[in-house]
Design a protein around this ligand. Sequence first.
Ligand code: F1P
Length: 346
Amino acid sequence: MKAGRHTLQEILSQGQAWEKSLPSIENQTERFIGWLEKPWNEMVFIGCGSTYYLSISAASIWQSITGISARAMPSSELWLFPNKAITNKPSILVAFSRSGETSETISAIQRYQEQQGDDCLSITCNADSQMARISPQLLEISHAKEISVAQTRAFTSMFLSILYLACKSSGNTKLIDEIKTLPTTFERVIGNYSSMARKLAENPNLTHFVFLGSGANYGLACEAMLKMKEMSLSPSDAFHFLEFRHGPKSMVTPNTLIIGFISDSARDEEVKVLSEMRALGAEVLALVEKKEDLQADYIVELNSGVSEDIRSLVMLPILQLMAYYRSISKQLDPDRPKNLDAVVKL
Ligand code: F1P
């Protein structure tokens, strides 16, 4: 069987998966929207690996859209250190897991239920899972199921669901309309930039990949870093944009590709970091809504026309594709990353 067949199909079908998932998310949300709107003091998002990185971005976006305090942590922190993890009661737990079977996430939900009652929502691609059985509230994203080990469309589709929930629970219909435009933007960005992603992935001089993102983009930068590691076994790092100056920049060489997720809110400061890294010899790829006068070696211009909280999701697929192409160019199989299983069961 052709290496990477499933991963490629899952990356390229994300727009369709979002399109199909949205009506189902809307329907399911009716069941628990009143519960979600209760006066919770805090939302706590958990997951492992990709779904932990998803939690980081979800917490940032939830707080920005709803105004309710939100935090993210790996499932293991809540499971093993519950007293340190939960402070601001009443809180609500939102757990992400593609498989619904990751042991740490199941144990964290159980620990949370023992200590807090049953205020928990699980978001998964697998309704026939242990997670679904133990969770009082469930949101299933069935159109995003995957065969590959590395998550791609499952990640972005679960992200889409939390965007929708945040907008719905704050009554922001303008943002909900914006979400509905994302599949079209996805198709355009993939269509315009997949050859650029391939060229960068196949460049043997690039041996170190650094993903920079701040605010909600930090979780996405981490996820892009994880894709590059899992699929292509390439040294990759992720940092908050301005943190990169505080030590990590000493690793920059002409073989480094810096990939910046540029926000609107902090654009000027983020662009300065990219310029400094170019001056140190790195190659720079910027992902940005409008390129305007931005200086970079490579630019992915989104032109989404939607708010920054909604659009950041569309920055990820082109980088998933870059990881896929790099894996293929190293004669690896992106469908089956080395040493990895789709689910970690302890
Ligand atoms: C989480 C996860 C994946 C990762 C790895 C092991 O799974 O960490 O993100 O790629 O293969 O599992 P899940 O809880 O979201 O199913």
